[in-house]
Design a protein around this ligand. Structure first.
Ligand code: GLN
Length: 497
C-alpha cells in the first residue's frame, strides 16, 4: 500500500483490490466508488493536481498533504454531467514537475507487469498506470511540456494534449499557466474523442485563458469534416493527407529502436496512401532550453503562495513571530521536494533583474519562433493569428517571406514521443536533472506553440532474441496538428492506431 496521505481512508478497501496497488498509481480512492469491471466505462481517474470535491488534492506534495479543495474542477464537473464518476486521484511528480513520476511525496509510480521496474513516464504517470492496469478506461492528466504524452508512450496507452485554451483549467493547480493544459489518457483514441467532441464547445467564464465562445464558434465553423468510421479513417481519406517528418528531430540521442519504429510508421502511412515529406522546424533545437526557462519561471511565481501562512501546511514548530524567514524556510524546506526546489531556484534566478534579459526574455522570443516554425509548415493557418488585422506594411520582411512561403505544406507532423523506450527506474535514479529534461525534447515544441498533440502506441521492429528486449518493442508515436485541428488529429490517430 502506498505510503499515503489518505492511507487510513482507503487501506481497508485497497487490501482486497490488487489492481489499485498496481504501480502505486493512486494516491486516494473515492470511498463511494467500487472498482467492479462492469462499471469501468462509467469511471474516470483524476490526476492529483485537479480538484475533485470530497477528495484531497495534494499534487503529490507534502506541502498540500491532506488538503481538500472544496469544489470540483470544471473538467471534472463536465465529465460528471456526462454521467461519469471519479474513481480516485492519481499519483504524479510533485506539482507536475518531472518526467518519470519518481518525484512524488508518496513514493514513485512504476510501470505495470511485466516491466514494472521501468519508468511509467511523468508527470501523469499514475493516470497512465491506472489506465494500463485496467482500473479505468479514462484518466485525466495535465500536460505542460509532455506530461500526458510521455506516460502514454511508456505505458502503451493513448495520451492527448488538446489545443491550449480549449479545456478549462479552472480547478487545476497551476504549474506554468501559459503552457498548462488538461490532458487525457485512455486505452483507445475513441474514448478521448467522444469527450473532446462534446466539451470543446464550452467556454468557462472562470478560466481567463479559456477561449471565448465567439472564438470557439469561429474555430468550429472552420473545422474539417472527418469520416465517422474507423475503416474510412484508414482508407481513402488518409490519401488526401500529408505528414511531415521534422529533420531536426533526428537527434543523436534518438535510440535506434525508436527511430526504426518511427520510420516504420512513416512507411505504414505511405502504404495506406498518405504522403510523407521531410519538413524543417529550425527553432526546435532551442525549444527545450526555452521551455526550461519559461516553465520554472512561471512555477516559481505560482508556488510563492505556499508560505505556510495563507497556503500550504506550516512546518511544525514554525510560528509567525519569527520575521527572520524561519517560518518560510522551514515550511518550504520541509514541504517541497528537491525537484520543486530546483525549479523554484531556477525560476527565481531567470526572473531576477540581472538575468531576465538573458534568459526569460530570450526564451519568450524562442517561443515565438517555435510557433512560427509550425505555422510555416502547416497547410492550415493558425486560427488565432487570423484574428489579428493583417497589415502587410507592418510586417517585417523576414517574417512574411520565411513564414508563409515554401513548398512543404503538411496536415500533421509525426515524431517519436520520447527518444528512448521506458528507462529502468534504477537508471532514472542515476540520471542528472539535465538528463531527465532531455527526455522532453520532442514534446515541448507543441506545448510552447499551444498546439494539439497525441501519443499513440508505436510498434518497434524487434531484432533481438532477448526476452526483455521483446517486452519493450513499443514506443509512442507523437502526432502534432495545427491549432484547433484537434478533431482531425484524433481521427487520424485512430486511423493510424
Ligand atoms: N517533464 C516536463 C517538466 O518537468 C513536463 C511536465 C508536465 O508536462 N507537467 O516540466
Amino acid at each position: 500500500i502506498p505510503r499515503g496521505i489518505c492511507s487510513v481512508l482507503w487501506a481497508s478497501r485497497l487490501s482486497q483490490r490488487q489492481s489499485l496497488h498496481t504501480g502505486n498509481a493512486y494516491i486516494t480512492q473515492n470511498p463511494d466508488e467500487s472498482l467492479e469491471a462492469a462499471k469501468r466505462d462509467t469511471h474516470f481517474a483524476v490526476k492529483d493536481n485537479i480538484a475533485a470535491r470530497g477528495l484531497p488534492t495534494t499534487c503529490a506534495s507534502n506541502i498540500l498533504a491532506g488538503q481538500e479543495i472544496p469544489f470540483s474542477a470544471t473538467i471534472v464537473q463536465q465529465l460528471q454531467r456526462r454521467n461519469l464518476t471519479v474513481i480516485g486521484k492519481t499519483n504524479m511528480d510533485e506539482f507536475g514537475m518531472g518526467t518519470h513520476s519518481t518525484a512524488s511525496a508518496v513514493g514513485r509510480v512504476s510501470n505495470i507487469s511485466p516491466i514494472e521496474e521501468r519508468s511509467a513516464g511523468g508527470s501523469s504517470g499514475g493516470s497512465a498506470v491506472a489506465v494500463s492496469a485496467g482500473t479505468t478506461d479514462l484518466a485525466l492528466g495535465t500536460d505542460t511540456g509532455g506530461s500526458v504524452r510521455m506516460p502514454a508512450a511508456y505505458t502503451e496507452t493513448v495520451g492527448f494534449k488538446p489545443s491550449y485554451g480549449m479545456i478549462s483549467r479552472w480547478g487545476v493547480v497551476p504549474y506554468a499557466n501559459s503552457l498548462d493544459t488538461v490532458g487525457f489518457i485512455a486505452q483507445t483514441v475513441g474514448e478521448i474523442e467522444s469527450v473532446i467532441a462534446s466539451v470543446r464547445a464550452e467556454h468557462d467564464l472562470r478560466d481567463p485563458t479559456s477561449l471565448t465562445q465567439a472564438t470557439r464558434e469561429r474555430c468550429m465553423a472552420q473545422e474539417r469534416q472527418v469520416p465517422p468510421s474507423v475503416e474510412q479513417r484508414k482508407g481513402e481519406w488518409l490519401r488526401g493527407l500529408t505528414f511531415g517528418i521534422p529533420i531536426e528531430y533526428n537527434i543523436e540521442e534518438l535510440d535506434p529502436r525508436i527511430k526504426a519504429g518511427w520510420m516504420q510508421c512513416a512507411q505504414k502511412i505511405r502504404d495506406l496512401g498518405g504522403r510523407v515529406v521531410p519538413v524543417s522546424l529550425p527553432s526546435t533545437k532551442n525549444a527545450l532550453s526555452a521551455y526550461y526557462v519559461i516553465a520554472p519561471a512561471e512555477a516559481a511565481s505560482n508556488l510563492s503562495k505556499y508560505d505556510g501562512i495563507r497556503y500550504g501546511k506550516r512546518a511544525e514548530g514554525a510560528t509567525t513571530d519569527a520575521l527572520d524567514g524561519v517560518l518560510y524556510a522551514k515550511t518550504r524546506g520541509n514541504g517541497f521536494g528537491p525537484e520543486v526546489k530546483r525549479r523554484v531556484l531556477l525560476g527565481s534566478y531567470t526572473l531576477s533583474s540581472k538575468a531576465i534579459d538573458n534568459y526569460f526574455i530570450q526564451a519568450q522570443k524562442v517561443r515565438q519562433l517555435v510557433r512560427k516554425d509550425f505555422d510555416r509548415v502547416f497547410k492550415l493557418s493558425n486560427p488565432l493569428c487570423d484574428e489579428a488585422p493583417f497589415d502587410l506594411s507592418e510586417m517585417d520582411e523576414s517574417i512574411s517571406l520565411e513564414n508563409k512561403l515554401g513548398p512543404t505544406q503538411v496536415d500533421f507532423i509525426i515524431s517519436p514521443t520520447a527518444p528512448t523506450p521506458p528507462p529502468r527506474l534504477e537508471d532514472v535514479a542515476k540520471q542528472t536533472p539535465l538528463d531527465s529534461y532531455m527526455n522532453d525534447v520532442f514534446t515541448v515544441p507543441a506545448s510552447l506553440a499551444g498546439l494539439p498533440a497525441i501519443s499513440i502506441p508505436m510498434d518497434i521492429p524487434v531484432d533481438t532474441t532477448s526476452e526483455e528486449e521483446k517486452l519493450l518493442n513499443f514506443g509512442g508515436l507523437q502526432i502534432i496538428g495545427q491549432f484547433w485541428d484537434d478533431m482531425t488529429l484524433l481521427a487520424v490517430a485512430q486511423g493510424l492506431s
